[in-house]
Design a protein around this ligand. Structure first.
Ligand code: SAM
Length: 341
């Protein structure tokens, strides 16, 4: 299997992608890019570790029928069920054999999913623990179900993990070619600096190539980061807001005329001991944190998305922060539809 680095995203001053490269590993390359969007409607998609459904929603926005979703956390199941018509199953995906039996019944053409990432994340512990096992479970479920296309999302750090390398190897041994990239949501239609790793694997088909997908992403990425105001226009009644920093060497006050920092799973009030930071865009005394709803809008969920009544506020905050921004999901799904179908 050849390893190729295809193209560097060179995006200048706004380019979060400038140091990132697209990685392909494949047995062959062939074929021009095709418009396969109309065929998205026939490709059956199953979402694993579905959470609130940000990735599902992105695929649906392109016209893919998402036919089932799986998660093991009750607030995620409740939220997902409130917002989608297709089935969502409460299921521990560590039970790989049971999962394969259940998911195979749907005959998915595409499996998508974001196995939990805390063990890889800079916010979490560095040791590859139980959550990393879920990446292995994802790969085992995929090879057991044998879909044509796989899309896995995770934090960039996951790419360097042993668990991910094993998962990649397992997919390759079962005939999947693969494509890896780190994308920044603010260049993919969401007003937020959020870098995420995407691994697309597929069973090679005549006339199409992962090179086309790599080229599609390079061409489709925006050259300018989307700001909160660009996306939300006059929806917010504020110009600046507070987002609690990980430590006080970082700022906590942001303007809506820039992309939001990464929406995380917790949302803290302004603490009395926050003294301000030289890079704050406004005095801290004049700002408030964003609400759960406002944060969900920055994650590009629609205004009509239902986060309650079933979930506690902290659960909703977690669901919002865990999600793939729907527009980022759409960006990736559009690439798959345009080049692999
Ligand atoms: C990063 S979130 C996924 C976010 C989702 N892709 C989205 O866009 O909204 C990971 C999800 O995996 C679920 N999860 C964790 N362990 C699991 C397990 N053993 N089986 C099934 N789901 C699990 C969590 O409940 C969580 O909702």
């Amino acid at each position: 299997m050849a390893q190729n680095q295809v193209k560097t995203h060179g995006k200048g001053a706004n380019g979060a992608q400038s140091k990132e490269q697209i990685h392909l590993s494949f047995g062959h390359q062939r074929g021009p890019r095709k418009d396969g969007c109309q065929r998205a409607g026939q490709a059956r998609v199953v979402d694993l570790f579905a959470g609130a459904g940000g990735l599902s929603l992105g695929f649906e926005r392109v016209g893919f029928p998402v036919i089932a979703a799986y998660d093991c956390w009750r607030p995620a199941i409740d939220c997902y069920r409130l917002n989608f018509e297709h089935a969502v199953h409460k299921f521990d995906l560590l039970n790989v054999n049971e999962a394969i039996d259940h998911i195979s019944g749907y005959k998915p053409d595409i499996i998508i999913g974001g196995p939990p990432c805390q063990d890889f994340s800079s916010a979490g512990k560095r040791r590859e623990g139980k959550n990393a096992d879920l990446t292995s479970a994802f790969a085992s479920i995929v090879v057991g179900c044998n879909p044509k296309i796989v899309v896995m999302e995770n934090v960039p750090r996951a790419r360097a993990s042993g668990t991910f390398r094993n998962a990649h190897r397992k997919l390759a041994q079962h005939g999947y070619d693969s494509f890896q990239t780190v994308l920044d949501a603010s260049l993919c239609g969401a007003p937020q600096i959020r870098k995420r790793f995407f691994h697309v694997a597929w069973k090679p088909d005549s006339g199409r190539s992962l090179h086309d997908l790599a080229e599609y992403f390079c061409a489709a990425l925006s050259t300018k980061r989307l700001t909160v105001r660009d996306y939300m226009e006059d929806e917010l009644d504020i110009e600046h807001y507070y987002r609690h920093p990980r430590n006080y060497s970082r700022r906590g006050v942001f303007s809506i005329d820039e992309p939001s920092p990464t929406i995380r799973g917790v949302n803290r009030p302004v603490p009395p001991n926050y003294r301000g930071h030289p890079l704050d865009t406004a005095p801290v005394a004049s700002v408030r944190p964003l609400t759960t709803y406002e944060r969900s809008r920055i994650q590009t969920f629609p205004k009509s998305w239902k986060w309650k009544p079933h979930s506690a506020k902290t659960d909703s905050e977690q669901l919002v922060g865990n999600a793939v921004p729907a527009e980022m999901g759409r960006f990736v799904a559009q690439g798959v539809a345009q080049t692999l179908l």
